[in-house]
Write a protein that binds this ligand. Structure first.
Ligand code: NAD
Length: 500
């Protein structure tokens, strides 16, 4: 799409308070990037160009890493109880600016305002948890480990760390890492998704207002070259990544080869199991919200539903009705329940996967392709889609679609469903709907999946727990959020001490 840059010169028309092209934030200064390439940031609901983002070169990562390394000496010596005062300030600023940030998320990412607000609530929760660092970061000790000898473990920051974020949660995902990192005494660099970089501009404007010392937090916009520079920079000691499995795998390998501590959360293919003893209305509503909420672009979106026995009859009919009734449109409009997908390429890819599912033998019970959405002629809209009787051995039952598409697989027993689920490559989330405690226990015991829901459609761990993907949904050992984040952002030092 051609951009009328003259419209954008003095700042984005659509997103007040944001410059065009977007600057980086390095050493507490907003800096124009020298990037050779700028790309358009497009509102997925309207096709409108919101602003342009630079694909920052390696030199600008180097500037950020140097600023962060210079800041480290003072910052790690700042007592944790003082470090968290900046987070208390940030929490208040995020609350005060919640509406503006949520609106920005909707503009650039397409989800509804309610969904965007919920996303930022989750972000704020992580700031709140990280405010507990003076307790969370404590070590352990044992007096008299031998006669007259004491031993203790203390936690120290890792150094300069960086986050590389995906498009689908422009606000929340950085908060799985950043608050813990800086509260633990590290300094930080954020590389947002180039598809949705505006939200982090707003967040960094608030971080600036907290008065954090120079270089503690830095923002570098960009794409692959920027990421490569992060993965190879000698000053950067830890990397947190969230995105597609293929990218996660490559980043995990490269960061590790360069001696970095690394955690990479990847893609998913999340199943629900519906037992005949589940509450029908509740289950169908939860399944629809999971599959079609955020237009299916959640790493915890349900992509498959296994109905067991009799459940196939009531579930199939009701989910088709719910999918058909869902209100699709611009997420800024009142009453809209589902927005567009992120790009026209995504939409075409999803349309192709729907066709592939049908070609593999599924019945296109609800076909959401090529909808007419009033005012959305230039948007990337697909309506909720239901593929009935999907072949469990086919490609589509095993491919992440990342769109509002639910495949139904009908089986006779819960063991059949668990067997198929455990044979898959992903392990991000699985949920069971039932009124039987015994079935619930069996499921949570046997499912080879990191995040489990029982009568929950989107089992997203709250900030007090780690975000626990398994298998090809995660590469590393420590996840984002909570205790895992504290472990990731600290290195343990053990002291054995004897005084005569
Ligand atoms: P993506 O992998 O395309 O991009 C993620 C980030 O990596 C972006 O910042 C991008 O600039 C960068 N990147 C992309 N390709 C790269 C490459 N070849 N080399 C270096 N950097 C590269 O992911 P996306 O499309 O933005 O996000 C959607 C994916 O993220 C889905 O697969 C979804 O399941 C996954 N996701 C996972 C979780 C989780 O917690 N497991 C959470 C959210 C999203």
């Amino acid at each position: 799409m051609e951009t009328d840059v003259s419209l954008l010169k003095s700042g984005s028309q659509a997103v007040p308070g944001v410059q065009t092209p977007l600057p980086n934030y390095v050493n507490n200064t907003w800096q124009k990037s020298e990037a050779a390439e700028l790309i358009d940031v497009i509102n997925p609901a309207t096709g409108e160009v919101l602003t342009q983002v630079p694909l920052s070169p390696a030199e600008e990562v180097h500037q950020a890493a140097t600023a962060a390394a210079d800041a480290l000496h003072e910052w790690r010596r700042t007592p944790p109880v003082q470090r968290i005062q900046y987070l208390f300030a940030l929490k208040n600023l995020l609350e005060e600016n919640l509406e503006d940030i949520a609106r920005t998320i909707t503009l650039e990412c397409g989800k509804t305002l309610d969904e965007a607000t919920g996303e930022m609530r989750r972000a704020i929760e992580n700031v709140e948890v990280a405010c507990g660092i003076p307790t969370l970061m404590q070590g352990t000790n044992l007096e008299d480990i031998a006669t007259g000898i004491d031993e203790f473990m203390i936690r120290q920051p890792v150094g300069v760390c960086a986050a590389i974020a995906p498009f689908n949660f422009p606000g929340m995902i950085t908060f799985w890492f950043l608050p813990y990192a800086i509260a633990c005494g590290n300094t930080y660099i954020v590389k947002p998704s180039e598809k949705v970089p505006i939200t982090m501009q707003k967040v960094f404007q608030l971080l600036e207002q907290t008065g954090l010392p120079k270089g503690v937090v830095n923002l570098v916009n960009g794409g692959r070259e920027t990421v490569d520079a992060i993965l190879t920079h000698p000053e950067i000691r830890g990397v947190s990544f969230v995105g597609a499995t293929a990218t996660a795998k490559a980043i995990y390998a490269k960061a590790a080869a360069n001696g970095k501590r690394v955690q990479c959360q990847g893609g998913a293919k999340n199943p629900l199991i519906v037992l005949p003893d589940a509450d029908p209305q509740f289950t169908v509503n939860a399944a629809a919200e999971s599959a079609f909420g955020c237009a299916g672009q959640r790493c915890l979106a349900a992509s498959l539903t296994f109905t067991v026995g009799e459940a196939r009859h009531w579930f199939t009919e009701a989910i088709a009705d719910t999918a058909t009734d869902r209100v699709v449109g611009n997420g800024l409009e009142e009453g809209v329940e589902m927005g567009p997908v992120i790009t026209s390429e995504s939409r075409s890819r999803i349309e192709g996967l729907i066709q592939a599912g049908a070609d593999e033998g599924a019945q296109l019970l609800v076909d959401g392709r090529y909808p007419s959405v009033s005012g959305g002629e230039n948007g990337n809209f697909i309506r909720p889609t239901v593929l009935n009787d999907l072949n469990p051995q086919g490609d589509i039952a095993r491919t992440e679609i990342f769109g509002p598409v639910l495949g139904l697989i009908h089986v006779e027993t819960i063991d059949d469903a668990i067997g198929i689920i455990n044979s898959g490559r992903y392990g991000n989330m699985a949920c069971l709907f039932t009124s039987s405690g015994a079935s619930a226990r069996k499921f949570r015991y046997e499912a080879e999946i990191g995040n489990i829901g029982i009568n929950i459609g989107v089992a997203a761990p709250m900030a007090f727990f780690p975000f626990s993907g398994w298998k090809d949904s995660f590469f590393g050992d420590l996840h984002g959020q909570s205790w895992d984040a504290v472990d990731f952002f600290t290195q343990k030092k053990v002291v054995v001490e004897r005084w005569a």
